[in-house]
Write a protein that binds this ligand. Structure first.
Ligand code: ZN
Length: 354
């Protein structure tokens, strides 16, 4: 982000053993070493209490990844993550199911306050004529339903309704905060646009099992070379899959270009949240300047870039730390998800005062 700067969080431990953070067992040991006491405190707290965390960041900033990793590490039973985007996409299916629709309408009749007629909205959803933008009052009521449906769980609510202007955005959160008698916290994510850009540009997907990878940032073990096109490609290594050649999605080579306006709005809304008083904030940084890395992080916490070369007729892959310019033009490293989650855990313990 350009207008506000999040502090750099120190996760470095001198003489730390090297962990392979893509390996689930080593990741567990890593979290134990870096945030063991805080994880225990959070678990104890969650036995009797809960909280609601609103995660805000640009599209593809990794919000879901961070929340799911925290849930897996701290307490899969006591923590739930849901995305407002998914919730809206699932709405058609909910309305199509008679029982679920009844339950939904009963809740909305008590909780929806808005200018559009509820009956008309439900009818529009049923007829799937939903190119209509849902009113934010309806989305607000739907989020409240999600909260009410899981009374004993800590919730990570990922995202915000699209198309909110700044005033209704403030009202949206003013109405949500304190809805349940639990502490609320904002979790704001800052990730350089160049990181999002390369995540999109180099991502590939298996046509059979839909596994998603990235030829530059997250390759499979098997890399092939296409002579005709003079390019490298990944072969799916999901054990339940036949090993198909992974493919790019149409339009991905444009990177963030098609969503540039959307990212700008997202940024303004995160800034807005940053300046909202009366709620504690957790600030997550995906990147740090190259010249600060030595002081703040262990080298295995930095996201590597994979470089493929042709040796004879075989692809050979080597890795090195990935460098990108952040939004202020500073040469930076991007962090792997685990160190960001370490900073999330530690800041959360402090924000909740536990
Ligand atoms: Zn596959």
């Amino acid at each position: 982000m350009k207008n506000i700067q999040f502090p750099i969080f120190k996760t470095k431990i001198e003489n730390s053993p090297k962990f392979d953070l893509s390996d689930p067992d080593q990741r567990k040991q890593y979290f134990e070493l870096k945030a063991g006491p805080e994880i225990s405190r959070l678990r104890d707290y969650l036995k009797e209490n809960s909280f609601i965390a609103y995660m805000l960041g640009k599209k593809s900033s990794g919000k879901g990844t961070y929340a799911k990793m925290l849930k897996e590490i701290v307490s899969p039973d006591k923590i739930e993550h849901f995305s407002i985007g998914d919730m809206i996409r699932d709405l058609d299916a909910t309305v199509a199911d008679k029982e679920k629709q009844k339950d939904l309408v009963a809740f909305l009749e008590k909780n929806y306050r808005g200018y559009d007629d509820l009956g008309k909205i439900i009818k529009a959803l049923e007829e799937r004529s939903t190119k209509v933008l849902l009113p934010s009052e309806l989305i607000l009521a739907l989020v409240k339903k999600q909260i009410a449906d899981q009374p004993k769980k800590a919730l990570f609510i990922d995202g915000f309704p699209r198309g909110l202007d700044q005033i209704s955005y403030s009202l949206f959160f003013r109405d949500l905060i304190g809805y349940r008698d639990d502490p609320d916290v904002f979790v704001l994510v800052d990730v350089p646009e160049n990181v999002i850009d390369e995540r999109i540009k180099y991502r590939v997907i298996c046509p059979d099992c839909q596994t998603s990878r990235n030829i530059k940032l997250l390759p499979t073990k098997k890399v092939g070379y296409d002579k005709d096109k003079n390019e490298f490609y990944l072969i799916c290594d999901n054990s339940a899959c036949e090993g198909k050649r992974m493919v790019k999605k149409e339009g991905d080579d444009k990177g963030i270009e098609p969503i540039r306006e959307r990212l700008k709005t997202d940024e303004q809304l995160v800034e807005k949240a940053f300046n909202l008083f009366g709620i504690p904030k957790v600030l997550l940084r995906n990147s740090l300047p190259v010249d600060k890395a030595e002081e703040f992080v262990n080298d295995y916490e930095i996201t590597p870039e994979f470089v493929h070369q042709l040796v004879g007729d075989k692809a050979k892959t080597t890795e090195k730390p990935w460098q990108v310019q952040d939004d202020r033009g500073v040469m930076s490293y991007s962090l792997m998800p685990p160190p960001v989650v370490v900073s999330l855990i530690k800041q959360l313990v402090e924000a909740l005062d536990i």
